[in-house]
Design a protein. Structure first.
Length: 404
């Protein structure tokens, strides 16, 4: 089966929020346009009105729609019941491809895909970590548990898709050298997302947009705003997003007496949020390949970001502009430079916008993953000419090892 032949594809992801769900929706929509029958299964416990409206818009475009089941974030006895519900739904779709995203979505996809094989079906089982369990430290108890589970699940995996080379290297370092074929497929943007955006007349100085949690460095951003004020640079900021730790961050803002300088708003599309500020700050302590970085720079909006995950791959040749994660002083310095010389930030964002248009597109992402599916469905030796085991955006082989 080649990448151009019609396939029945089911994507499994836990949280219908953030960059991971953006990746899944973009891929599913592009695969549908390419002639495949596609569906998504995701959690019903996560997300609010913004996510519900997003799902309602996307679901009718997909042949198998978007179906939601309870999926808890942490390992839980409830996972047994969730697996049964997912099994019944997915088995009825008879997928050619089960593509799991994130640690929980990847676990469900591979376990159910393996069970379907025992029933005589032959779905290819794909796993894309999107950071997920790879964010754990190797020395932590949680890390050791999750990495051990990943090693077991790799035996039920036909192929691994990484969204950054950083993610691939982390997998090798923490879980081991894969015994299955791999592909690197960068997150991609739509052509219209490269249209530049100008700040509105009432724009604040800085925007934070994303999940509100320690991993994303929301606290570092708030403290940097406080430090700027102590330097005599009282800036205004907007925080857009939700998360379990939002109440704690609102309390931190009150404790630092920043209520008149930092406003919180619920989630909104990023291209609606970008005109509300003159620059964006991504203060994350850990990332894979964040869409916020791509979307901001593609719009030509200045960005201050940390040196984590795959962000240096986006800033190819300019990694010196990135800030150490968790360093309030360094983040404050970078934000101060943006305030002092906003024209330089705008000029750099415009240059990065042109670079991204050549490297990070949905079309390239679709081609890479489609070629990988085709390779796994029809490996060499089944009467077809040999194809690359896995390819990057330039078509170069990236497989770490052939299947044993």
């Amino acid at each position: 089966m080649s990448e151009n032949e019609s396939m029945r594809i089911v994507h499994c992801v836990r949280a219908p929020i953030g960059g991971i769900f953006r990746h899944v929706v973009d891929l599913a929509t592009a695969q549908t346009a390419a002639g495949h029958s596609v569906g998504i299964v995701c959690d019903s416990l996560t997300g609010g009105d913004f996510e519900a409206e997003w799902i309602a818009r996307v679901a009718p475009r997909l042949a198998f729609g978007i179906t939601r089941f309870p999926m808890r974030r942490a390992l839980s006895p409830a996972d047994i019941a969730s697996t049964r519900r997912l099994w019944r739904h997915i088995a009825a779709l008879r997928p050619d491809v089960l593509h799991g995203h994130g640690s929980k979505g990847g676990s469900f996809a591979r376990l159910i895909g393996t069970a379907l094989r025992l029933r005589g079906l032959r779905p290819i089982r794909i796993y894309c970590p999107h950071g997920g369990s790879l964010h754990f430290d190797r020395g932590s108890l949680e890390g050791r548990i999750y990495f051990a589970i990943e090693r077991v699940l790799e035996r039920m995996t036909d192929g691994l898709v990484f969204v950054s080379d950083y993610e691939r290297r982390s997998y090798v370092e923490k879980i081991g050298r894969p015994a299955v074929q791999t592909a690197l497929a960068y997150n991609g943007l739509m052509p219209e997302e490269f249209e530049p955006i100008e700040p509105g007349p009432a724009a604040v100085d800085f925007l934070y947009i994303g999940m509100l949690r320690e991993l994303k460095g929301t606290d570092v951003f708030i403290r940097a705003i406080d430090h700027l004020g102590r330097r005599g640079v009282p800036v205004r900021a907007l925080i857009v997003g939700v998360g379990d730790e939002r109440d704690a961050y609102e309390t931190l803002v009150r404790d630092l007496d920043l209520g008149d300088r930092i406003e919180f708003r619920d989630p909104m599309p990023i291209r609606e949020a970008l005109p509300l500020a003159r620059a964006v700050v991504l203060p994350s302590r850990a990332e894979s390949l964040p869409y916020v970085v791509l979307e901001t720079l593609a719009a030509g909006v200045p960005l201050v970001a940390t040196h984590v995950g795959g962000i240096p791959e986006i800033f190819e040749g300019h990694v010196g502009r990135l800030v150490p994660p968790g360093d309030v002083t360094a983040l404050t310095d970078a934000m101060h430079r943006q305030i002092a010389d906003p024209a330089e930030g705008v000029a750099f964002a415009a240059a990065m916008r042109r670079s991204l248009a050549e490297r990070f597109t949905v079309e390239s992402m679709l081609h890479t993953i489609g070629a990988f599916y085709g390779r796994l469905r029809d490996p060499p030796g089944r009467g077809r000419a040999s194809e690359p085991a896995a390819v990057d955006l330039d078509g170069k082989p990236l497989g770490l090892r052939e299947p044993s």
